[in-house]
Each structure stands twice: as structure tokens, then as C-alpha cells.
Ligand binder design. Structure first.
Ligand code: SF4
Length: 396
């Protein structure tokens, strides 16, 4: 085993700059190669979700360095204190990042059990430019042990569940890790894991170096060559979700408009086959309409006039200007029936009385109701439920 030094350093996220063909957007540019050049014409719009994501990654990084003891503790703790003053710092942020770090610690210790000096890299720049022009990304955690390369990626999102299986972002990280470390470490297996604590989702996927290199040669390199040249076919789908061109992209619009204009064979009713054709795209269709409305609203707020439309204030609910003022005014007027007592929600009660007391006293009275039946694609990880077991109430 090589004596490659650990190169972890105090937190510096300048390396998180994005390549045109970034790993995090690989699902998009591999599905729709010309999207890379088209999207690059639009300015980056920082969102509160992206800012929170960066903050959570930083917290994860600090906690991993704390565990690994590979950074000056004085610098580390000063940075941690700074983060505790951040607007995104909450107890929940601690829990979410703890869940990720706990997962990482398990993997680190498992690798250490079979290898005395594994290479452990946090927030490591990964270069896959051998297959993708100027391609690089940043791996949250990379471990190289005896014959194994582990890649762990943190996802702080609450929205879309992301799986590790054949995930192009992780596969590009793995490819870069393989290119960098295989000459020193004889890597025979690569495991990629995604930890998405807010969706209680952890998934892993294993691939051999041979299969990974085959994928890089047959799929990545040809698509990257098209993407960097702005060539290839535009293809709309769920990968449009994070494309900066999505609001006004003609290919995306044509795709969804063509669905609306389908030449249905039956004059009055859709056939089962037609419904089955529409189902896989229905959610993306709704997202496209939502994107279009939010783009048109943003433009109207900048002064754009859409024929037949005007800007109005949304409906709102009445609110007290100040609870304290209302309590004082009612008390002075002798009105006493102004309060109601409600039980704390499950998470708040658990926080208030502590996990152990909650488990001992309250958990016998906690249950998880059955979810309402919903349609999901076959790739969804949840177990199917039988239609015979479903009480539909009013039948449809
Ligand atoms: S919105 Fe979709 S179809 Fe249009 S360029 Fe982006 S990824 Fe391609």
C-alpha cells in the first residue's frame, strides 16, 4: 500500500466551481447533449435551496474533519462556530449532517478493518477530463483501501429521491477516482453511495473498474464530444428540471405541447394504452407548466405585458400584527376565552422530553398511518400494494 499523504485541508469551497460538463449535471447533458452549451448562455440563479445545500455540505465537511482529526482543531472549531451563526444553522441541519457523517464513519471503519492505511479524502477535486473535455467535480468523501474505492455523496434535498444505481454523477466521480488512484492502489471494486437523510434514503451501487471504463468509452466520451460542441439531439424529460434553459426551451415546449395535441384514435375517450403512454410524463408535464407560469410571472414583475393577463396580489389569510397586543387588548377588555391548548407535534414532543422518555412513555401511542394509494413507476423502491387491499371510499 502506498504512503500517499492525506491532503485534507480546512474548508475552502472555491473548488466547487462548476465545469460546463459537470458531474452534477451529467444526467442532463448525457440525456440531452446540446443542453450544455444552450444552458451556459443563461446566468446562474442562486436559489435559497442551493445556498442551504452548500451550507449543509460545509457542515458535513467540518464534521468529517473533526472525526478524522486531520485538520488543525483550532481552525476547525473556529469555522464551526462561524457556521453556527449562519442563517441555515438549525437543530435539523445538525441531525441531517450527523446522519451523513454516521454513514461515512461506518464505511471508513469498515475499510480500516481490512486496510491499515486507507486514503481518505474529503471534498476532493476529481478530474475526469480524459473522457470529458475539462470535466471535473468534487467528491464529498472518497476512500481508497485494499482493492476498493468508496465514493459517498451527500444530498440535502427534500424533493426528489436520488438513487446510486447507474447514477452518472457518482459514476463520473468514480471514474476520476479510478484514473487517479488505480496506478497506486490495485482497485478491483468500486462502491458508490448516496445519503439523502431528509428523505431517509441511502443507496449504494457497485461496479467493476472494467464495466466503469466500458461505460466511459462507449457512453460518456461520445456524448461529451457532442455536448461540448453544442451538437446532438435535444431531448426533454425529467432531466430538464435543473436545466437553466428549461423555461423557454423550444424542445421541451414542443415535447409537452405535442402530448396535448395527440391525435387520439377514439373520439371521446382515451384508451388504456394512451393513458399508459401519458402517465410516465404526467409529472414532468405538470412541472413544465409550473416552470412556464413562474417564468411568465417573473417577467411580468419586470414589466412584461402578457396579452390577456395582469399581475394581481395572491389571496392571503388575515393575521395578527402582534400576538402580545391582541392578548393585552383582550385581557384589558375582560375577554378570557382566547386560548386553546394543543398537543405538541411528534418531532417537537420528542425534542422537548428527549428520545428515551419519548420511547418509554409516548411511542406505544404513535403509529404510522397507511399512505394513500398513489401511482409510481416500477423503478420506485417502495413495495407494491394490492388493489384488492385498497379501500377507495368513493369509487372512481
Ligand atoms: S430544457 Fe430539457 S430539452 Fe431543453 S435543453 Fe434543457 S435539458 Fe434539453
Amino acid at each position: 500500500m502506498s504512503e500517499t499523504p492525506v491532503t485534507n485541508a480546512p474548508i475552502d469551497h472555491s473548488h466547487r466551481a462548476h465545469a460546463l460538463l459537470s458531474a452534477s449535471s451529467a444526467h442532463r447533458w448525457m440525456s440531452c447533449p446540446p443542453s450544455a452549451v444552450l444552458a451556459d448562455k443563461f446566468e446562474d440563479q442562486s436559489t435559497v435551496f442551493a445556498e442551504e445545500g452548500t451550507f449543509l455540505h460545509e457542515l458535513c465537511e467540518l464534521k468529517l474533519h473533526r472525526y478524522l482529526q486531520d485538520t488543525d482543531p483550532a481552525i476547525l472549531e473556529a469555522q464551526y462556530r462561524d457556521h453556527m451563526d449562519n442563517e441555515f444553522y438549525t437543530e435539523e441541519a445538525e441531525e441531517v449532517t450527523d446522519a451523513y457523517v454516521n454513514f461515512c464513519v461506518e464505511i471508513i471503519e469498515a475499510v480500516r478493518a481490512s486496510c491499515s492505511d486507507p486514503l481518505i479524502l474529503v471534498e476532493h477535486r476529481l478530474d475526469y477530463s480524459e473522457y470529458v473535455p475539462s470535466g471535473f467535480g468534487t467528491g464529498d468523501l472518497l476512500i481508497v483501501g485494499d482493492g476498493i474505492l468508496e465514493i459517498v455523496d451527500f444530498k440535502g434535498g427534500r424533493g426528489v429521491r436520488v438513487e446510486a444505481e447507474r447514477n452518472p454523477q457518482l459514476m463520473l466521480y468514480a471514474l476520476a477516482g479510478l484514473l487517479e488512484f488505480d496506478p497506486l492502489y490495485d482497485i478491483r471494486m468500486i462502491r458508490m453511495s448516496i445519503v439523502q437523510p431528509r428523505l431517509h434514503n441511502t443507496s449504494s451501487y457497485e461496479i467493476t473498474p472494467e464495466d466503469l471504463l466500458r461505460w466511459a468509452e462507449t457512453e460518456v466520451a461520445p456524448k461529451a464530444a457532442l455536448a461540448i460542441a453544442g451538437k446532438g439531439e435535444f431531448k426533454a424529460g425529467e432531466h430538464c428540471r435543473f436545466c437553466k434553459a428549461r423555461f423557454t426551451c423550444r424542445a421541451r415546449s414542443d415535447y409537452y405541447m405535442s402530448l396535448a395535441k395527440q391525435d387520439f384514435k377514439e373520439a371521446d375517450l382515451l384508451t388504456d394504452e394512451e393513458i399508459a403512454d401519458i402517465l410516465p410524463v404526467a409529472q414532468n408535464l405538470a412541472k413544465w407548466v409550473e416552470d412556464l407560469v413562474s417564468y411568465a410571472t417573473a417577467q411580468a414583475m419586470k414589466g412584461k405585458n402578457w396579452p390577456g393577463y395582469k399581475l394581481v396580489a395572491s389571496q392571503t389569510k388575515r393575521k395578527y400584527t402582534s400576538d402580545a397586543d391582541v392578548i393585552r387588548a383582550c385581557t384589558e377588555a375582560g375577554i378570557t376565552n382566547i386560548y386553546k391548548t394543543t398537543l405538541l407535534g411528534i418531532s417537537d414532543l420528542e425534542k422537548a422530553i428527549g428520545r428515551k422518555a419519548f420511547k418509554d412513555i409516548v411511542s406505544p401511542y404513535v403509529f404510522k398511518p397507511e399512505g394513500k394509494p398513489e401511482l409510481a413507476p416500477l423503478s420506485d423502491k417502495r413495495e407494491p400494494i394490492s388493489s384488492a387491499a385498497v379501500d377507495f371510499g368513493d369509487s372512481v
